[in-house]
Design a protein around this ligand. Structure first.
Ligand code: ZN
Length: 275
């Protein structure tokens, strides 16, 4: 199932058509996105029965599918290749920071750049569906509602200012594009091995597979939920592979006018213009 935010109404995407969830459920679920994640277990049971659609949808009207998570976890150095290019040691616990939720935006929104050291980081993002409190790795997928595409846009200057403050440097306005939809875990042929990548003005910058994650999605749910509960609608940005701009020689940073496309196999592509 593919769940999206179409002009601020929760919908299910069926090919190039959509079903409005509030209409189809006669008000039981939706129309706001947040209620879908909060009622995830009931919703997931009811939703597969939807067959009738409300017509075709305009992709440009898709908004952030998880606009108000209570918690956003983001993981640094979670691909061996990225730890190596950053010349940083592979951590023994997930290197965790947050993207403050107000930085999250839609799949086709502009990125308003601030300063001259802004970088891209394509990431698989997990959306929590069922409360996770001290969950074992083997059970962790049952707590994930679905997966989506995220960009962890990073102001490298601010990120490493004041001896390193990742969260602020990654939370400027519009620095968290997300979408185009959340795809439930059952849709993936192999949920532990998914291709992802990004391109800048059509030139591929990152390409990887999630089987190379150091801390897999279920491992992250286990590790994080050992520290504190994860609640429905929380996000986990699972980390970026190699190919970021800051470590290139010379470094490449995002420039106004450039178009960043980020994709995850089985989910789709988000497209964000830098302004
Ligand atoms: Zn990141």
């Amino acid at each position: 199932m593919r769940i999206a935010n179409l002009d601020n109404r929760a919908v299910i995407l069926l090919g190039d058509e959509f079903a409005d969830i509030a209409t189809a459920s006669q008000g039981r679920f939706g129309p706001d996105m947040t209620s879908i994640w909060q009622q995830w277990e009931e919703f997931a049971e009811w939703a597969p029965k939807i067959r009738t659609t409300s017509g075709r949808y305009e992709p440009r009207l898709l908004r952030c599918p998880v606009p108000q998570p209570r918690q956003v976890f983001a993981i640094g150095l979670n691909y061996m290749s990225h730890a190596a290019e950053s010349a940083m040691q592979v951590p023994t616990v997930p290197a965790t920071f947050t993207k403050f939720p107000e930085c999250l935006t839609g799949p086709f929104d502009d990125i308003p750049l601030v300063g001259g050291a802004n970088d891209w980081e394509v990431e698989l993002v997990a959306v929590i569906g069922r409360r996770a409190d001290r969950v074992a790795e083997a059970d962790a997928w049952q707590h994930v509602a679905g997966l989506t595409v995220g960009q962890d846009i990073s102001d490298r200057h601010l990120q490493f200012a004041a001896s390193g403050q990742f969260s602020l440097g990654k939370s400027r306005r519009g620095y968290g594009p997300l979408g185009p939809c959340v795809v439930t875990v059952d849709e993936f042929a192999n949920r532990d091995d998914i291709a992802l990548g990004c391109s800048l003005d059509g030139m591929t910058m990152q390409e990887a597979r999630t089987k190379d994650l150091i801390f897999s999605v279920p491992r992250l749910v286990a590790e994080l939920s050992a520290v504190l509960p994860l609640v429905p609608g929380d996000l986990i940005f699972t980390g970026t592979p190699d190919g970021i701009g800051a470590v290139r020689k010379p470094p490449i940073f995002l420039q106004p006018g450039q178009v960043l496309e980020s994709w995850v196999e089985g989910i789709g592509t988000i497209r964000n213009r830098c302004v």
